[in-house]
Write a protein that binds this ligand. Sequence first.
Ligand SMILES: [Fe+2]
Ligand SMILES: [Fe+2]
Length: 471
Amino acid sequence: MKDRLFEEKRGSLGKELTNSLHKLFKTALIHDPNNVAINSALEKTLESMKLLLSDGDSFSLRLVQEYLFIDDVKIKVDIENFLASMFLIEEMKKRGIGSVTFSVPQCGDELRRFVYAFINTDPKSIEPFKELSHKLISQGITNITINMIKEEAEYFEHVIEDTKEMAKRIYFKTISVASEVMESAKLKHSVGIKKSKRLVQSMVDLMLKEESTLLGLTNLRAYDEYTYNHSVNVSILSIAMGQRLGYHRRELSELGMATLFHDIGKIDLPIELLNKPSEFTPEEWQIIRQHPVHGVKTLLRLKGLQEQAIRMIMASFEHHLNYDLSGYPKLVSPRRVSIFGRIASIADCYDALTSARVYNRTPFVPDKALSFMMKKSGSAFDPILLKIFINVVGIYPIGTLILMNTKELGVVTKANPNPGNIHRPYVKLITDRDGNEIDGEITDLAGDKNIFIAQSLDHRKYGIDVSKYFM
Ligand SMILES: [Fe+2]
Ligand SMILES: [Fe+2]
């Protein structure tokens, strides 16, 4: 039995390897084998391989179901390596590869030839696996071998499905599928939304059994592609509200889809504008304010929308329209904002306020964002829905870094199920009163009136990775 430390180390080396391999493949796709960019990507990959090989003569990168392993240690997926993992999983699957084994001695040249043989094997050919194995043999590549996907499945029958892992998978996969849909819509390709529908359905199912994990994921705000991260967060927050409103599974999925694509109209805005590092001018604001209407036009072009179309279109059109009809776009004749529109506007505003990237504001910590929004209850926001929302996220949402009255630091791991104790969530203490890191117990703050939250803090300022405490 290997110890936990060993596994952790292999897991994080595996993470590095997936990232460097991803970079290497991506570089190889656009450059020829002797390009300098390839050399540096190769070097980086060899470095992580060397560390993995320090424990033996060889190691395998294995694909089992939807997971990558280094030998029998699962590589955890997080915000830093999910794109790389998705890429490797997809590309291995497409070529029928269940594992790749790397042995010593490893030299850059062999790895280079392997990478090009791999990408030049068309996944659509009749037997891509066979084709690639032949190439490896004919090119004298002996220190890198591949195995077929079937043989691997049996090896790992003991893999236990873990709902937290699954939640992460679905979250990241939804980000990547939403980005695919939006990127193809931008290129005016015909876009299907079947995959997104399936993923939203999985988010709904997960929300019914693992609500706190899914909500916690919305608190990871490190991902570069703000728009996609934001879209998925707004969708999750909206589904959670819909659940409190007693929506059925089907309606929850509709709401999830509608809110996932609420900002689809942004694809028509100039990219320089979206990434502008300084304040917008009034003219620029005018362009930005057109995105809800652009969204309507794009949604009308999507395939496979059918009866959901109207409600989705409403969510896109109305998400910046306030409860009192201020906001934008202006309506020609006044009418009530649809319920999907009112839900979307609350989830959208909250996620935007608490994220660092939107319109370059300094982000609010969650409780400050909520009190800011409370001031607009009844004017910008539907007051009843806003109350429900606060109940969903809690004053101190999962993942919030907090300072206790005892001067200890903690991270919120679960909302208190009793609405009367909304200020007293479950907290894991992470430092003692002198600031030394500790592996504290999870405490129900409702159970001990002597400890309470003094203040919430922005974990980004303290450089604390809060996700590791609740995921
Ligand atoms: Fe928007
Ligand atoms: Fe938005």
